[in-house]
Design a protein around this ligand. Sequence first.
Ligand code: NAD
Ligand code: TYD
Length: 350
Amino acid sequence: MRNKNILITGGAGFIGSHVVRLFVEKYPEYHIFNLDALTYAGNLENLKDIENHKNYTFIKADITHEDVINDLFIKYKFDSVIHLAAESHVDRSIKDPLAFVKTNVIGTMNLLNAFKNCWNNDFSNKLFYHVSTDEVYGTLGETGLFTETTSYDPNSPYSASKASSDHFVRAYGETYNMPYVITNCSNNYGQNQFPEKLIPLFINNIINNKPLPVYGDGNYTRDWLYVIDHAIAIDLVFHKGKNHDTYNIGGFNEWKNIDLVKLLCKQMDIELNREEGTSEKLITYVKDRPGHDLRYAIDASKIKNELGWEPSVTFEQGLEKTIKWFLNNENWLNNVTSGQYKSYYEKQYN
Ligand code: NAD
Ligand code: TYD
């Protein structure tokens, strides 16, 4: 018997696929609907191992299509939504901001409206879980941490669109008493990440002996979290988080880009049996990203103190697992880097 119909959006993407797998395997009593438009970032190969599970259904649909989304809520009566579908890459948002407004803002609005109409304002045992980013807080200087009460101050079209969607979720909570939680997480890395983001892009370039394009002077800082630890945090907040609340999720793990890239090069040399220093020679400083945020760093003490969550692996361990996965899954990497990827890469880096 199904006692929960959970809609996970963006489940064919990087983080979404790990969340879908965790929920499908851990909760056979729930039915998990994975709704994804399968954009360049969505890949059903990420879920091959669970695609035949009885409690799993894939729905190919686009969250910007209002009527389709409404019909799906009428048909399946989703009790809860875990919303991850988004355009997620800052560099792409600089080239095409409107695509980010369409999916991240309008798409989120369509889900909120469909959820609200489906339950006709009777929300007992229902939840809208919105997955967001620490980038909504803008940039930090050399010191300080983002907390849940830090003011929003987004600098890129991506972070502005995510900030906007966060505000709408919160507004629906206040105005219509819709139950919601929002989590704002730091930079994720791990298996299945599309090779446009720093770590998988650089792993792929090292494998292929291509330049490693470090933006600006490389002295930008990010906090990195292993993707499976993010999925575990989402499970915890989904079940135990306070209604109408937000939680920051982070790895307690700040790295300057250039230091991270040097560590990655070192680990790649070991895995590829290359002489130490070989991969570092590929580092190439390139033109900076416009509006590049200097530093993100998360104070994740609220989720730690209230829900007992902490990252389960160190950065070195997570990075090693990630590198090994990419090296053992060359087909995955070759499939996603064929076709459209090449023209994206040329436009972005040449
Ligand atoms: P991703 O780009 O890997 O995956 C996004 C998924 O959404 C893809 O499967 C794509 O096909 C789907 N999608 C895109 N537009 C859609 C649409 N219009 N309709 C339906 N599906 C659509 O992204 P990710 O890195 O897995 O991020 C997932 C979520 O987590 C996003 O909301 C992102 O803002 C947030 N987040 C990401 C990070 C990170 O470091 N990657 C950190 C914090 C928060
Ligand atoms: P990215 O993975 O795009 O995540 P975000 O911009 O959401 O933090 O980038 C992480 C950091 O790495 C960021 O400071 C930009 C930098 N970067 C490069 O130096 N070169 C690159 O080719 C990419 C993609 C990112």
